[in-house]
Design a protein around this ligand. Structure first.
Ligand code: EPZ
Length: 419
């Protein structure tokens, strides 16, 4: 087993170039299944979730080469429409292969992803939308047997909730379908546009008609392309939090600054001085943050649920009180007991967490229960007095590339150790 050992109290400073977006890379890898030709993807992060998606593509017949942060994929010859359940269970967001498989082969057999650490993660919106596109779906003992007997037929679909994954599945399925699909109440996260831009580079016809409506005109065949994946807005925000909580100063580069607009307020109100241009941002933190107010997670362009935990870590040492309301996932406060072990003063009632800032946290042995909760513990450890061991790193490695190397280069005293 591995752990991160952090000796807190060091101010971070320096420059970090932001990794490619995990939540863009995953649906775009599913999209590569539709391209009959070579797809070259740049800025792919080195993450275990990306490896899991690559393994699924390989199991379906795609040929893949990795050259550092570039993936070269050729899905000209797909050999099956069945995804092995072990591969499905490696990463629950592999449900995004459903739409792509149906579009490419007219059928798909995969195990329904279970819930995960942050909630039940139902897929009812995905399945309802697939059925509206003409797909027959039988659910048997946790498996999904899906067939589009007459191919994917365009339809007008309204999502009851702007689900990111359901939006991606509709786009992927309808892209190689027949006729026009109009998707209403679609998710507006930047990763959706990145997926559409990728598919359009392969010859798809996807248009944004207003902020939450997407039009997809099905095309017969998609060709290969060369494409740059956008950088990760949640990772960029996380490095900002590392600077903010340590009273440091950091230059964060190579990412679309407009994508983190929803979180800038928390840093500004906390006393950070931020200067930015389109693709880089400079943050200078005060000696002590004075975060306060209410943070309610919402679909984009609201405050991102994926940044709730790192933001909470920052708020634990603020001068004031911060209230969090988690409206997207039903159990996304698993980092709270761990932060309390470090001396944080947090009380949770249902979806509301009240954080009374304390002067200092102290080191402890803490357990990462999920991806963003895990990185929140690392953020807290950077400011805590003494030594913190963060264990169960598999969650953090799903989403943060070279996290200890990057933080060490920025001045943190942090090492990965086997225990
Ligand atoms: C994506 O998950 C992201 N994952 C999540 O990031 C992110 O937190 C989430 O979007 C919200 O922004 C990837 O992109 C791989 P949803 P997804 O469908 O698509 C409910 C991270 O840390 N829902 O928008 O699963 C669902 O239970 C991860 O990088 C249904 O009820 O999110 C949740 O409460 C965590 N039925 C809410 O909608 C459905 O059919 C939002 O889910 C689908 C979703």
């Amino acid at each position: 087993m591995e752990k991160l050992v952090v000796y807190g109290g060091k101010k971070l400073s320096g420059t970090i170039s932001v990794q490619g977006s995990k939540n863009s890379t995953l649906p775009i890898l599913a999209g590569a299944l539709l391209a009959q030709g070579e797809v070259v993807l740049h800025n792919c992060p080195l993450l275990t979730d990306v490896n899991a998606a690559v393994n699924i593509l390989k199991s379906l017949g795609s040929r893949i080469k990795r050259e550092n942060n570039t993936l070269i994929i050729d899905s000209t010859n797909i050999t099956t429409s069945v995804i092995d359940e072990n591969l499905m269970h490696e990463m629950r967001s592999s449900i995004v292969f459903l739409g792509a498989l149906l579009a490419r082969t007219g059928k798909a057999e995969l195990s329904a992803p279970g819930g995960c650490e942050i909630g039940l993660r139902p897929i009812d919106l995905h399945l309802k939308a697939m059925r509206e596109l003409g797909v027959e779906i039988n659910e048997e003992k946790g498996n999904l047997l899906c067939v589009a007997k007459n191919g994917i037929k365009g339809a007008e679909i309204t999502l009851a909730f702007p689900s990111v994954g359901a939006t991606e599945n509709v786009i992927l399925a309808a892209t190689a379908g027949e006729g026009r699909t109009i998707l209403i109440n679609a998710a507006r996260e930047p990763e959706i546009k990145n997926l559409a831009d990728f598919l359009n580079s392969c010859g798809a016809k996807i248009y944004f008609a207003g902020e939450s409506t997407i039009i997809i005109d099905g095309v017969k065949k998609l060709h290969g392309c060369e494409f740059n994946i956008i950088s990760d807005r949640i990772v960029a925000s996380t490095y900002m939090a590392a600077a903010a909580i340590t009273g440091g100063e950091m230059e964060i580069t190579n990412f679309p600054v407009r994508d983190i607009q929803p979180v800038l307020d928390i840093f500004n109100s906390g006393g950070c001085i931020i200067n930015s241009d389109e693709t880089s941002l400079h943050i200078k933190a005060p000696e002590r943050l004075h975060l306060s107010g209410t943070i309610r997670t919402m679909p984009f362009p609201g405050f991102p649920t994926d940044f709730q935990a790192p933001a909470m870590a920052m708020s634990t040492v603020s001068e004031l009180t911060t209230i969090f309301i988690e409206t997207i996932f039903e159990s996304r406060y698993k980092h709270v007991p761990q932060l309390k072990r470090m001396g944080a003063d947090i009380s949770v009632e249902g979806t509301v967490a009240v954080v009374q800032g304390v002067k200092k946290l102290h080191g402890a042995t803490v357990y990462a229960e999920d991806l963003r909760g895990g990185i929140a513990l690392v953020i807290a450890a950077l400011a805590a007095e003494g030594k913190t061991d963060v264990i169960n790193l598999k969650h953090i490695d799903r989403g943060y590339e070279k996290i200890e190397d990057n933080l060490r280069r920025l001045g943190a005293e942090i090492n990965r150790e086997v225990y």
